[in-house]
Design a protein around this ligand. Structure first.
Ligand code: NAD
Ligand code: ZN
Length: 259
C-alpha cells in the first residue's frame, strides 16, 4: 500500500496534466532511494567520517588533499554502483509527453542522465568532471578503483595536471565557491519559463539553488513539493506529496497520463 495521500496525489496529477511546460528542481533526496545518502533529512543524512561542510571546501583540499580526494573517490565509487531509481525513470518518461521537460539538479551524481533524461542542468557540477586546482583545465582519464565503494576510509593522493603539475580536484561546487555560470543561466531561464515546478528531495537550505523555486513561483509556476518532510519550500507549494521520490513520481506520472 502506498503511503501517499490520495487526494494530494489527485490534485498534483491534475496540475501536471494541465501543465504545458513542466520542469523539476532536484536535490539529494532524489537519489536517496538509489542508496546515495543525503546531507540532511529523513535517512539520517549519514556520511562516512566527516560532515560535508567540513570536507567540501577549498581550504580542506589545501590542508589535506589525500583525505578530500579519497572521500570523493569513495563517493565516485558509490555512485558508479548505484542505479537510477523509479523516480529518475519517471522524470525521464515525462519527456515523452513534454519533450522540453527540463531538470535543474543540485546533485553531482549522473543518475538523471543514466535514467535517460536529456535536458539536465547541473548547478553544483559533477562528480566525474575533474579539473586542475591550480589552472582549472579539465582533466580526463582518472579511473575510479574497482573497490572504491567498499572503502569509505580511502585516502588517495590526487593525480597531477598534465599542463601545470597542479593537483586534480573534483569538478563539484564546494561550500564558499561560485556556481558555474552557464548552468546557472540555463537553469534560471528554464525555471522562469516553466508553468509547473516539481521540487523534489531538496532541503531548501543551500543557496542560491534553493531560491530557484521562488523564482519559478514568482514567474507564475505552480509548485508541487515531493519530500517526506516539510521544508522552507512548503510555503510555496500548491501541493505537498509527503513521500519518497521513487515511490510517488511513478504514481504521479501514471495518474497524470490517465487524467
Ligand atoms: P539535502 O541533503 O540538504 O536534503 C535532502 C532532502 O531530501 C531533505 O529535505 C529530505 O527530507 C529529502 N528526502 C530524503 N529522502 C527523500 C526521498 N526518498 N524522496 C524525496 N525527498 C527525500 O540535499 P540538497 O537539498 O540537495 O542540498 C545539499 C547539497 O548536497 C547539494 O549541494 C548537493 O550537491 C549535495 N549532495 C548531492 C548528492 C548527490 O549528488 N546525490 C548527495 C548528497 C548531497
Ligand atoms: Zn593545471
Amino acid at each position: 500500500m502506498s503511503s501517499v495521500n490520495k487526494g494530494d496525489l489527485r490534485a498534483a496529477a491534475t496540475l501536471l496534466a494541465a501543465s504545458n511546460r513542466p520542469a523539476a528542481l532536484t536535490g539529494a533526496g532524489m537519489s536517496a532511494e538509489s542508496g546515495i545518502s543525503t546531507f540532511r533529512g529523513a535517512d539520517g543524512g549519514l556520511w562516512s567520517r566527516w560532515s560535508p561542510e567540513e570536507l567540501a571546501t577549498p581550504d580542506a583540499f589545501r590542508k589535506d588533499k589525500g583525505l578530500v580526494w579519497g572521500w570523493y573517490v569513495w563517493r565516485m565509487g558509490v555512485v558508479a554502483q548505484a542505479r537510477p531509481n523509479a523516480g529518475h525513470r519517471a522524470l525521464a518518461a515525462l519527456a515523452e509527453r513534454w519533450p522540453e521537460f527540463a531538470i535543474v539538479t543540485q546533485n553531482v551524481d549522473n543518475l538523471h542522465e543514466r535514467a535517460g533524461s536529456a535536458r539536465v542542468s547541473h548547478l553544483h557540477g559533477g562528480l566525474y568532471e575533474h579539473r586542475c586546482f591550480a589552472c582549472a583545465r579539465p582533466h580526463s582519464g582518472f579511473e575510479v578503483p574497482a573497490d572504491a565503494a567498499d572503502n569509505p576510509q580511502l585516502r588517495l593522493q590526487p593525480p597531477r595536471c598534465r599542463h601545470c603539475g597542479g593537483y586534480i580536484r573534483p569538478g563539484v561546487v564546494w561550500f564558499g565557491e561560485q556556481l558555474p555560470e552557464a548552468p546557472w543561466r540555463q537553469s534560471t531561464a528554464w525555471l522562469k519559463n516553466c508553468d509547473l515546478l516539481l521540487v523534489i528531495g531538496t532541503s531548501a537550505v543551500v543557496q542560491p539553488a534553493a531560491s530557484l523555486a521562488g523564482l519559478a513561483h514568482r514567474h507564475g509556476a505552480k509548485v508541487i513539493l515531493i519530500n517526506p518532510e516539510a521544508t522552507e519550500h512548503s510555503a510555496l507549494a500548491d501541493v505537498h506529496l509527503k513521500a519518497g521520490a521513487a515511490e510517488v513520481l511513478p504514481l504521479l506520472l501514471d495518474q497524470a497520463n490517465n487524467s
